[in-house]
Design a protein around this ligand. Structure first.
Ligand code: SAH
Length: 492
């Protein structure tokens, strides 16, 4: 059902300050529930700077588009704050026409429950990633398109950005700082809203209100789970806190400490335990991200990373408050030493130290220490085991440890033709004992699932190429003992 009434009431493609969020496919019908805004209603909210309107531009089974339109009243504000700002600047400025910190304020106040991931009616949907498209109009970006990309791309967004000349008749005036931006991602709605809340004023490099100490708390709470690991963490923090040195230092220190986190640029001195020559680091990032997301979605709190290597996934799991007991296990002592250094286990604050531990062990032998976990993952591990020994691992994991969820990733050998630097017939890593096609992996996983009373579903990770699929393949196993009636159980 399209709602032209609202679309024509406002000039929504013109210079209004508009944010739209569209969900398609499976997520579509969840969007309005998660936003706590009924698709048939047009709602108006009084804000300190004017008014905010929420309405739906479309709401069908396949696609739902929610719009947040700001009606900024510069005259009212200038009167309210008479004498605080420059006389004329209070009345004549770009604020009514651009996506600025007013938008962040409106998001937090109108979509507060969605940002916090609260939705009693659709509790499962909160933790289910959706195909989302976000449209931001007139976003002022100090730093241009490159800066825009450097902030959104590490968070997994596809970006389309359109800038324009300040005035086409005078090209020598240069580019306008205003961009029309379309973002696409398969993410949780609450993650997207938190990203927008923090980043919109960061692009703009201004805020409409005084930045006090409580801004640190806001930044850390809205940045939870992503900011500490963002390659532009410091730039984001500086701009968000309006370059107030003391506050920036305090925030950065807390971000570092919070997850026992080290920066990507500190990692150069740490040899990579798996010494994977291929694939690219961004694929590795996507893989850790996908596995972390599945673990969150499993609803478990006690998780174990089997064959954790040098702890890159563990570091991400530390960022998720849901996990109260995070364990990394590996057969390689050297890898565990690197993981310990990467996670800064020696200097973690006690609250964090209680949540994580590393253990030396092997997937070949039954081990009672592996029992009692809600979820386990084996990320790029099975291909390091000799095929005849896979059966031992299967018994250890699926029969004895028997967590409710098991996530396994492995290379998809069909995709290898896409890497020109990889000679035909070679594996991606010299230690790989095999690499499977999608059919081989699915056949093995289905047999394991049937033998041990699990269901299994499959997902690709990384860019999909025609005919060969994605570079990484993932299987998500759920134990049948518990699976029925579980929120996310999806027998395949
Ligand atoms: N999961 C990590 C590391 C993958 S490399 C990541 O994705 O970054 C494969 C890891 O499996 C190595 O760290 C290796 O030491 C570990 N491994 C290999 N055989 C193992 C076994 N039998 N038991 C436990 N770990 C094993």
């Amino acid at each position: 059902m399209i709602r032209p009434r609202y679309a024509t009431q406002f000039n929504i493609n013109g210079e209004s300050v508009l944010l739209s969020i569209s969900a398609s496919f499976r997520g579509a019908d969840n969007l309005s529930f998660l936003l706590h805004k009924h698709p048939d209603r047009f709602q108006t909210f009084d804000m300190s700077f004017g008014k905010a309107h929420v309405f739906y531009r479309e709401a069908s089974d396949e696609r739902v588009t929610a719009c947040l339109l700001l009606d900024v009243d510069p005259v009212g504000m200038a009167k309210k704050h008479r004498g605080q700002s420059g006389q004329l600047a209070g009345y004549v400025n770009d604020r009514p026409y651009v996506t600025s910190s007013f938008m962040s304020t409106a998001i937090a106040s109108i979509f507060g429950s969605a940002m916090a991931g609260r939705c009693n009616d659709r509790a499962d949907a909160v933790n289910t990633p959706m195909d989302l498209t976000i449209q931001l109009e007139s976003l002022p970006v100090k730093g241009g398109e490159a800066f825009l990309r450097s902030l959104f791309e590490p968070l997994g967004y596809d970006i389309e950005a359109h800038g324009a000349a300040l005035d086409e008749r005078f090209p020598e005036w240069g580019e306008s700082p205003y961009f029309s931006v379309r973002l696409r991602a398969n993410r949780l709605l609450c993650e997207v809203l938190n990203h927008l809340y923090v980043l919109i004023p960061v692009f703009d490099n201004q805020k409409h209100y005084f930045v006090g100490l409580d801004e640190i708390e806001k930044l850390l709470s809205k940045g939870e789970g992503w900011l500490a690991m963002h390659p532009c963490r410091d730039a984001i923090t500086r701009r968000y806190l309006r370059h107030q040195g003391g506050m920036v230092r305090q925030a950065v220190q807390r971000l570092k400490a919070d997850g026992g986190e080290i920066r990507e640029d500190d990692e150069d001195d740490i040899p990579d335990a798996s010494s994977v020559i291929l694939p690219t680091s961004s694929l590795n990032e996507q893989r850790y991200e996908s596995v972390a997301r599945e673990l969150v979605r499993s609803g478990g709190t006690r998780v174990i990373d089997l064959g954790c290597g040098d702890g890159k996934l563990l570091r991400r799991l530390m960022q998720k408050k849901q996990f109260t007991d995070i364990v990394g296990m590996d057969v390689s002592v050297r890898s565990l030493e690197i993981a310990s250094k990467r996670l800064r286990l020696d200097s973690l604050p006690p609250r964090q130290a209680e949540r994580i531990r590393l253990m030396h062990g092997s997937l070949m032998y039954r081990d009672t220490r592996l029992s009692g976990f809600d979820a386990a993952c084996l990320v790029e591990v099975i291909e390091h085991l000799d095929p005849p020994r896979l059966a031992a691992m299967q018994r250890v994991v699926f029969q004895h440890a028997r967590p409710q969820t098991v996530i396994v990733t492995t290379p998809n050998v069909e995709y290898n033709v896409m890497w020109e630097s990889l000679p035909a017939g070679n594996y991606r890593h010299s230690d790989h004992r095999f690499e499977w096609t999608r059919e081989e992996f699915q056949a093995w996983s289905t047999t394991v699932a049937n033998e041990h009373g699990y269901t299994v579903r499959f997902e690709g990770i990384g860019p999909e190429a025609e005919g060969v699929g994605t570079p990484t393949q993932m299987a998500v196993f759920r134990c049948r003992d518990e699976v029925f009636g579980e929120a996310t159980g999806e027998p395949s």
